[in-house]
Design a protein around this ligand. Structure first.
Ligand code: PEP
Length: 255
């Protein structure tokens, strides 16, 4: 049975003190519920807070993820953070190919593919983001665009590696806009992604890959999205910054 995941992407928000308070509040809430074995909560703080958050995670209520990684192994790349560094700070996951990185930092599928490889080499699980622009959807090109991203970012991996990967479908027009994909739109794309994985790696392998939805997912729409058969949880931006909202989304995946 594949893992259900609720991952919070804090992006470039919160001071150290605010981040500490948020984790503290989440811990108190998480202590009061029992997470089923197939449900994981992942917090993705800014890299400078990874160690602080992973110290809390020692108690194993949640796992820790980074928001990006260098495509390079190490060396003279000022400002970059390597997969080896993330592993040494006890990160378990790392987001790669977020649309904000693709748009503002010009990250290509090739770069995203290299980042996913570096993470896997160091035992981290990549959360690989794909998703179409509004203009792609308006032109009826959304399935083709996401297919290109899936093939370009993931298909260099072998079938053992792909099972360590989490895919996040995040339609760019839904990120931070308050406009969410409908459950039908999400299911159509998630099924498409799984069928691409099945064609390349076989159905049994594709069935093991968790595919998350991201884009204005919030307490009011999480349950409907998570009820879709191919939606295995969410990558949550804005709503992960408020403990109550994030907990409501976690409760939606528990059902
Ligand atoms: C994200 O950036 O990954 C995201 C899903 O953001 P939001 O939930 O704020 O739309």
């Amino acid at each position: 049975m594949r893992t259900k995941i609720v991952a919070g992407n804090w992006k470039m928000n919160l001071t150290f003190e605010e981040a500490d308070n948020l984790v503290d509040e989440l811990m108190s809430e998480l202590e009061q519920i029992t997470l089923p074995r197939d449900v994981k909560v992942v917090l993705c703080p800014p890299a400078v807070y990874l160690e602080m958050v992973s110290d809390y995670a020692g108690d194993s209520y949640f796992m820790v993820g980074a928001q990006d990684v260098s495509e390079h192994e190490g060396g003279a790349y000022t400002g970059e953070v390597s997969a080896a560094m993330l592993a040494s700070c006890e990160a378990d996951y790392c987001i790669v190919g977020h649309s904000e990185r693709r748009t503002y930092h010009g990250e290509s599928d090739q770069v995203v593919a290299a980042k996913a490889s570096r993470l896997l080499e160091h035992g981290l699980m990549p959360i690989v983001c794909v998703g179409e622009q509004l203009s792609d959807r308006d032109a009826g090109q959304q399935l083709a665009v996401v297919q290109r991203q899936v093939e370009g970012s993931l298909f260099h991996l072998d079938s053992n590696q792909i099972q360590q990967v989490v895919v996040a479908y995040e339609p760019v027009w839904a990120i931070g806009t308050g406009r969410t994909a409908t459950a039908a739109q999400a299911q159509e794309m998630h099924q498409h992604i799984r069928s691409l994985l099945a064609a390349k790696y076989g159905q049994a392998v594709a069935d093991e890959v968790s595919i998350l939805y991201g884009g204005s997912c919030k307490p009011s729409n999480a349950a409907e999205l998570f009820a879709c058969p191919d939606v295995d949880g969410g990558l949550i931006g804005g709503a992960s910054l408020k403990a109550k909202d994030f907990m409501a989304i976690i409760n939606a995946i528990i059902g």
